[in-house]
Write a new protein. Sequence first.
Length: 242
Amino acid sequence: MRGPWRGPVLVTGTDTDVGKTVVTAAIAAAAQAAGLRVAVVKPAQTGTAGGEPGDVDAVNRLAAPLTGRTLASFPDPLAPLAAARVAELAPLELHTAVDAVREEADKHDLVLVEGAGGLLVPMGLWPEGKPWTVADLAVELGCPAVVVTRAGLGTLNHTALTLEALERRAVPAGVVVGAWPAAPELVHWANLTDLVPKLLGALPAGTGAMDPGVFRRSAPGWLTPTLYGVLDDWRAWAEEIS
């Protein structure tokens, strides 16, 4: 896909806790700085029993998108379908999620859909009762995907598996490093070199704890123009970081 991505865009990851929420906030902030109307949709939030803020709350704090929605919440910190089963609650139906995202796409220029865990985590059920994943959601929406990945050892395999699964489904995809370390080691630089052909951004570690104003001003510098940033030369970026 050429040019900046518009409409629905899936934000998924190679695993849990790779930085999807902060990357979602950074894309939202950069897009809004470029003048876009942005919505963020979280199909399913789990682990809500303690009353802690959810992922959309974190995105709202950092980026203040025009709209932020969570479609379903479940108390236990499990995959959404398992969390629904354990809590004896109705699981999220795929077409409910599709309709909600399309509804926001009619009113916004960019709709960021943040998944849960990795690409193939069971999210809910199709009408006929089989599980669906965020990969299925991307196919139904016909949208591209941002894959958030780690910087360290093991990331090349996890990233390649996720990108291959998306390619097999004809879903265009790019990669964002969720947390680039303050003191990168050889493995980080080696991984960066291999990821560059698919790389759409890299966020410094700790960005989620930033002052929201600083976060919003800084976000475009972490992302390439595809995601409304200004980062267009990875060699210059690496020299500046190092």
